[in-house]
Ligand binder design. Structure first.
Ligand code: ADP
Ligand code: MG
Length: 574
């Protein structure tokens, strides 16, 4: 269905035309007519499906000359970026409709400026729940004439703890208002809000993520523990995306990774909630204008952000939630373009989590080997050919060639030397990876074992499950590959297959157990022997009797298993 088949005013049709939209997206087709009629709507649709226009166009259309000095539409968004982005979009819809005044209000920006803008007669207000409520309480935002309240990304607002604020805003607005809610998911909390605050809502649900995800090719790389940053650098060098987003789970990781990438010469910037508004705006502008190639962000900071032409999304950390995976990769492949999503995983547990994501998205996530130096060199050679063939020559260059010719270096030789230094520059600092270690399968009955020693023990409240979780995580091996575990006061010994001992020691060099950085060494006979702490509990069955009990369980499960024992033990000692 085309936009001009809707009964929209000419001003709106012209604006939509100028944006280059012709066909409506599914969510737009289904919700715009309902919204124009004044129905309450719950719209469920994934990111990148055009929800802003779905609610924004009817909102702008609803404003009339008599709304000059009163707020008729209020839109709540989870973050400042989203509020700004929605405001920018809606100003485009309102380009030819001069009675529409749009004002964005959000925290971290000047209150006075927002008050001034509101006073000048805004009729559509877009803001974050906290700041909107702030304005309502100061009476700088009056909702007496509000006709329509829209909650954009409602699930995310609830996740962020805005429930009370949202309910307060709802309570402050006239009862006969139109209430519209857009969300990517429908958790029970949303249902509760819908039931309580909406009037006979029509539910519009666009089938799953399929459509958004189909245009995105998904891959993953398995890398040794502690090597994700190196792997990422290699990937960025190989693909040289002009615009990419990298997702981390924590603000600290965003900062750390951004710094690492900048040090390695990438044009990267970080985005997270602890940054000041000016900084965040600066980062977003840099990324939108492509002067920043790589945006490293947390989920919350990046939620819903719409930047065109993001070539690739990298998951540095696996998302904590399957839905987040879809939101993340939805940053690329927008508006019908192709995109790629790359997930970097370490350890067996993350492989299981990735498989769960694959099931959830019902799309294939294909494993790829990390590119090696030769491949990267080949790619760089292509780009050097490109660069040189599109470069212009300068007079001085010929002068240099003439001087070299005197020394017996002809033009061909000179060019070869220059090019080879270019190639070297491109690949000289690339991290190296050993050939990938395959996951080990099969039981290890009767295999020859040795013991490794880990410098953490009972005094740090370590349990066998902690040790196994950390070891399987670090090595990608299965729980059944490890034998007896003896926990002593200040250290722990673990029986391991002799053939794997080097590999285990190698891959555990940055291992942490229960938050403590540990050292793993081969156990030599001259080590002082202490009596094991809790022999019966801590020793594990021999290889052949044990089943793989840890592989497919989450860390939390393993840990929570052990908590009662831990408590008991602490009590006893006091
Ligand atoms: P969502 O809020 O669902 O994540 P957005 O409203 O941010 O999605 O829209 C995603 C992108 O699709 C934007 O770049 C927007 O300009 C574009 N878009 C929206 N509707 C249409 C349409 N009908 N035709 C073409 N592009 C559209
Ligand atoms: Mg949106």
């Amino acid at each position: 269905m085309l936009f001009n088949e809707l009964n929209l005013s000419q001003e709106l049709l012209d604006a939509v035309d100028e944006l280059g939209y012709q066909d409506m997206t599914e969510i737009q087709q289904q919700s715009i007519p309902l919204l124009l009629e004044g129905s309450d709507v719950v719209g469920l649709s994934n990111t990148g499906t055009g929800k802003t226009a779905a609610f924004g166009i009817p909102a702008v259309e609803s404003i009339t000359e008599s709304d000059r000095k009163r707020v008729a539409v209020l839109i709540l968004c989870p973050t400042r970026e989203l509020a700004m982005q929605a405001a920018d979009e809606m100003r485009k819809y309102a380009k030819f409709k001069h009675c529409v005044r749009i004002c964005a209000v959000f925290g971290g920006a000047s209150m006075e400026k927002q008050i001034h803008e509101l006073k000048r007669g805004a009729n559509i207000v877009i803001g974050t729940p906290g700041r909107v409520l702030d304005h309502i309480r100061r009476r700088t935002l009056k909702l007496d004439n509000l006709r329509c309240l829209i909650l954009d990304e409602a699930d995310e607002m609830l996740n962020m703890g805005f429930r009370e604020d949202i309910e307060s805003v709802l309570a402050e607005s006239p009862e006969d208002r139109q209430t519209v809610l857009f969300s990517a998911t429908m958790p029970p909390e949303i249902l509760a809000i819908t039931e309580k605050y909406q009037n006979d809502p029509v539910k519009v649900k666009i089938k799953s993520a399929q459509k958004t995800v189909e245009s995105i090719k998904q891959f993953y790389f398995e890398v040794p523990m502690g090597r994700k940053t190196d792997a990422l650098k290699l990937l960025l060098a190989a693909y040289s995306p002009t615009s990419a987003m990298i997702f981390c789970n924590t603000k600290a990781m965003v900062d750390q990774l951004t710094e690492e990438l900048i040090k390695s010469g990438f044009r990267a910037a970080g985005l997270h909630g602890d940054m000041k508004q000016v900084q965040r705006t600066q980062v977003m502008n840099g990324f939108k204008s492509k002067s920043t190639e790589i945006l490293v962000a947390t989920d919350v900071a990046a939620r819903g952000i719409d930047v065109n032409d993001v070539e690739a999304v990298f998951n540095y950390d696996l998302p904590q939630d399957n839905e987040y995976y879809i939101h993340r990769i939805g940053r690329t492949g927008r508006a019908g373009k192709e995109g790629a999503a790359y997930t970097i995983i370490s350890g067996r547990r993350q492989l299981f989590d990735l498989r769960a994501i694959e099931k959830f998205t019902r799309a294939e996530i294909t494993q790829l080997p990390l590119p090696d130096k030769d491949e990267i060199t080949a790619l760089k050679m292509d780009s050097i050919v490109q660069e040189i063939s599109s470069a212009e020559s300068v007079h001085q260059a010929y002068m240099i060639l003439d001087r070299l010719a005197v020394q017996g270096i002809d033009s061909r030789e000179a060019a070869a030397r220059l090019i080879s230094s270019k190639i070297n520059d491109a690949v000289k600092n690339l991290p190296e990876f050993k050939a990938p270690v395959p996951l080990r399968h099969g039981r290890r009955k009767d295999c020859k074992t040795v013991k490794v020693d880990i410098n953490i023990g009972r005094n740090k409240r370590i349990a066998p499950n902690f040790i196994i979780a950390a070891l399987t995580d670090a090595t990608g091996m299965s729980g059944r590959d490890f034998g007896k575990i003896d926990i002593f006061d200040a250290h722990t010994t673990v029986e391991v297959p002799e053939t794997e001992s080097d590999y285990i020691i190698d891959s555990t060099n940055s291992m942490r157990i229960n938050g403590h950085q540990v050292e793993v060494k081969l156990l030599t006979e001259d080590r002082i022997r202490e009596k094991p702490a809790r022999r019966e509990k801590s020793s594990r069955a021999p290889f052949d009797r044990r089943k793989s009990a840890y592989g497919n369980r989450k860390k939390q499960d393993i840990f929570s298993d052990y908590i009662p024992n831990r408590k008991k033990r602490t009590k006893k000692r006091h």
